[in-house]
Design a binder for this molecule. Structure first.
Ligand code: HEM
Length: 143
C-alpha cells in the first residue's frame, strides 16, 4: 500500500531552520536535508539561508546537475500547502511617491520649470539678437 505524501504548511516548515533540523522547499516539495548539510558540495551555509522561504529559484539558479536532483528525492518528506506561502517580498526599493520625500519632489519641480523656461529663454535671445541686428542695419553710421 502506498501512502500519499504528507502536506505541510509554510509555517511548520519554517520552524526547521537550523543546523540540527533543516528543511527546505523546492518546487512545492519539502526536503529534510539535515543529514546532508555536511556533505553538500555547496556548503551548509547556503542551505541554511535557503530555509523558511521558497528556495526554488536559489536551487535552480545554481544549475544543479541531474544527479543532484536525483539525490534530493532521498530527503523528500512531504508536499507544501502552497496556499500557505507568504506573498513574495519585493526587494526592490519602493518608488518615490508624491506624498513622501519632499527633497525629490522639489528637484523634480525645478527640472520641470527649467524644461519650460529654457526654450523660452532661447526664443527670447533669438528675438533680441534679431531686433539688435535690424537696428544696426537701420542706422549703420550712427555715432
Ligand atoms: C536537497 C537539496 C540539494 C541537493 C541534493 C544539492 C546537491 C548539490 C550537488 C550534488 C552539488 C554539486 C554540483 C552538482 O552536481 O550540481 C551542489 C552544489 C551546489 N549547491 Fe546544492 N543541493 C541542494 C540544495 C541547494 C540549495 C537550496 C542551494 C541554494 C542556493 C544550493 C546551492 C548550491 C551551490 C552554491 C553549489 C555549488 C556550485 C558550484 O560551486 O559550482 N544547493 N548541490
Amino acid at each position: 500500500m502506498t501512502s500519499s505524501p504528507k502536506t505541510l504548511t509554510f509555517e511548520e516548515v519554517s520552524k526547521h531552520n537550523h543546523k540540527k533540523d533543516c528543511w527546505i522547499i523546492v518546487n512545492g516539495k519539502v526536503y529534510d536535508i539535515t543529514p546532508f548539510l555536511d556533505d553538500h558540495p555547496g556548503g551548509d551555509e547556503v542551505l541554511l539561508t535557503s530555509t523558511a522561504k521558497d528556495a526554488t529559484i536559489d536551487f535552480e539558479d545554481v544549475g544543479h546537475s541531474d544527479s543532484a536532483i536525483e539525490m534530493m528525492e532521498k530527503y523528500f518528506i512531504g508536499k507544501l500547502d502552497t496556499s500557505t506561502l507568504p506573498a513574495k517580498v519585493n526587494h526592490r526599493q519602493p518608488l518615490p511617491t508624491q506624498a513622501h520625500g519632499s527633497g525629490n519632489q522639489s528637484s523634480g519641480f525645478v527640472e520641470k520649470i527649467l524644461l519650460f523656461l529654457l526654450p523660452l529663454l532661447i526664443l527670447g535671445l533669438a528675438f533680441a539678437l534679431q531686433s539688435y541686428g535690424k537696428k544696426r542695419h537701420a542706422a549703420p553710421n550712427e555715432n
